[in-house]
Write a protein that binds this ligand. Structure first.
Ligand code: NAD
Length: 352
């Protein structure tokens, strides 16, 4: 008789951290490989399902599935975004969980924290873009926003450009700038951190790499502050004035067809007829594949915008699952011991 036990591994965020999953170089490599795999057709990527509970705050929970056909793993990210959480409740904005199933029998193999994978993906994608688009000897990085995405971006950018040695940061509150520095300076002991007391101009002016990762919807970054040769990674919604886009020599997206329908600066300009597909230099995979050039001169200003491709999150979650499983962390949980009618006392448990 067949064994009808179904079990799966459960990994908390702490399990993932303890087993070495916070490995930014590894995740950047996964991003590059997965972008190419998608173009080869080896990933199923259906539409996401979005449920917005408050149109004003954009509080939402999204369901984002994808299948890695070569690895025979189907995964789903279930992610909440509650933008007011940090300000109102001192809670994180985003919380995610993954379910991974094998596709030979269709059974779950893992349920795991997804916030680590999701946030690492955002930083890793920005840094893969920087690998092709930032100046080789970039030394100074500036931030508007000092939240979770900004922190991941700094770590990832340092992997892409180890030459970075000065980090200037501006946020809504001084406390956030200091927390950013207190949390990241032990990881980056050779980095000089400069808080700016919310002065975005002094954080961004003359930086080689600029990052905006805010919950604002406003033209915070000014074109005048972006020097020739700078690389700009735009992470949040509307965060820069239109002239930042129009003065850029190259515009690159993670996926322009996705970006054009959202609410970022590029998307707004597209909807207002101020930007067209012909203005885009490339999607990120084209740089990774070598189909289009990255940076071609020391003087180019280059603009990068990623809105997030959740098949990358599923690929990252799969990498983390394997690492954590091999390290023997986490818990094995039983979903069922038998099929429903095999339970010897099932007759007593049925209510009609
Ligand atoms: N592109 C992607 O793939 C992706 C993925 C996840 C999140 N995001 C977006 O990234 C942004 C940041 O997310 P997070 O998780 O880091 O949020 P967070 O709440 O942790 O941090 C937001 C930061 O924005 C700063 N900020 C807000 N308004 C500001 C203003 N007017 N001037 C200066 N700083 C301001 C805050 O001080 C804070 O440091 C959000 O818009 C989020 O939706 C993008």
């Amino acid at each position: 008789m067949r064994n009808h036990e179904v079990d799966f591994n459960y990994f908390s965020q702490e399990d993932l951290l303890d087993s070495g999953c916070f490995d930014m170089q590894r995740i950047m490599d996964v991003v590059e490989q997965t972008l190419l795999a998608f173009e080869k057709g080896s990933i199923m990527f259906p539409e996401k399902i979005v449920q917005i509970f408050d149109p004003h705050t954009q509080e939402r929970i999204n369901c984002l599935p994808a299948t890695m056909l070569d690895e025979k793993i189907c995964g789903m990210k279930w992610v909440s975004v509650f933008p007011d959480n940090p300000r109102k409740y001192d809670l994180q904005n985003l919380c995610a969980i993954f379910v991974l199933s094998e596709i030979e029998h269709g059974f779950p193999v893992a349920v795991m924290d997804g916030t680590l994978a999701s946030n690492m993906r955002v930083g890793a994608v920005g840094a893969v873009a920087a690998k092709y688009l930032a100046k080789k000897d970039a030394q100074t990085i500036g931030f508007i926003g000092a939240g979770e995405q900004a922190k991941m971006h700094l770590l990832a950018m340092k992997v892409a450009r180890p030459s970075l040695k000065i980090c200037r940061v501006s946020a809504l509150s001084k406390a956030e700038e200091h927390e950013f520095i207190a949390q990241l300076s032990p990881v980056l002991p050779d980095m000089q951190f400069i808080p700016t007391k919310g002065d975005a101009k002094s954080a961004m002016e003359d930086a080689d790499i600029l990052v905006t990762a805010t919950s604002a919807q406003a033209p915070l970054l000014k074109a005048d502050w972006v020097k020739p040769g700078a690389f700009y990674s735009h992470v949040g919604g509307w965060e820069d004035e239109y002239a930042v886009v129009t003065q850029s020599d190259k515009i690159v997206c993670d996926d322009w067809k996705t970006v054009m329908h959202r609410t970022q600066t590029l998307s707004r300009m597209y909807k207002e007829g101020l930007l067209g597909s012909h203005d885009l230099h490339a999607d990120l995979y084209e740089l990774v594949a070598g189909d289009k050039p990255g940076r071609e001169s020391e003087q180019e200003r280059i603009y990068f915008n990623a809105v997030g491709l959740s098949y990358l999150d599923v690929a990252i979650a799969l990498t983390m699952y394997r690492k954590a499983r091999d390290a023997g962390v986490g818990k094995s949980l039983a979903l069922q011991h038998k099929m429903i009618f095999e339970h010897p006392d099932i007759a007593k448990k049925i209510r009609l």
